[in-house]
Design a binder for this molecule. Sequence first.
Ligand SMILES: Nc1nc2c(ncn2[C@@H]2O[C@H](COP(=O)(O)OP(=O)(O)O)[C@@H](O)[C@H]2O)c(=O)[nH]1
Ligand SMILES: [Mg+2]
Length: 220
Amino acid sequence: MEIAIMKAVLEENDNKARDISELLKSRNILLLNLISSPGSGKTTLLEKTVEHFKDKYSIAVIEGDITTARDAERLEKYKIPLVVINTDGACHLNSMSIANALDQFDLDDLDIIFVENVGNLVCPSEFDIGEAAKVAILSTTEGDDKPEKYPLLFRESELMILNKMDLAPYTNFNKESFYRDLKKINENLPVIEASCTKNEGLTGWFDWVEQKAIDGGIIK
Ligand SMILES: Nc1nc2c(ncn2[C@@H]2O[C@H](COP(=O)(O)OP(=O)(O)O)[C@@H](O)[C@H]2O)c(=O)[nH]1
Ligand SMILES: [Mg+2]
């Protein structure tokens, strides 16, 4: 019984995700879904990304959080369209909540929508939201074993950012075993090593976003 209900929930989610994906493709809008555990640097990456692209692309952000609007408040300074989705305890965003959030934007006016998913390495990977790509973020302080422990995210993502490289020397993060595990899970997953707070390695990320935008028909 429980399995049947879960299947129905996922099916409803996937149907709506397909609608969103088609809608956004028809309007040449790129939706990127950022997924990581709490504290690995999603909001910091978004701050740097909006700062970098704000004069080139029309950007909006959907902030998913269990409660509070604290991450959205950090982005208010950029004067971009922002929607907060409080999931009231749920550990991920679903496509129905994304559809509601999209209703609050003027889609005629947007190029890229970044979604900061709820901080969690498990649930957000299971729920498509109509994104062009999922992006996994992991920080060196979380441990090199995370891809092997939470493989779905690393299998589903098109890009991974290994953040907090500035802290790596103070941790026991073992790059060799990290890359060895990751290769077994998703051989072709590109990894960008970065430090968001030190503005290091971000060019690779900006180039990737730009290429995705071009692939999505957004020419600026
Ligand atoms: N040392 C270091 N700290 C970082 C880096 N990126 C983010 N942080 C810090 O990590 C904490 C959590 O970052 P935040 O962006 O809120 O993570 P989120 O929960 O994934 O959105 C904050 O105190 C950030 O300043 C980094 O590259 N290096
Ligand atoms: Mg955040």
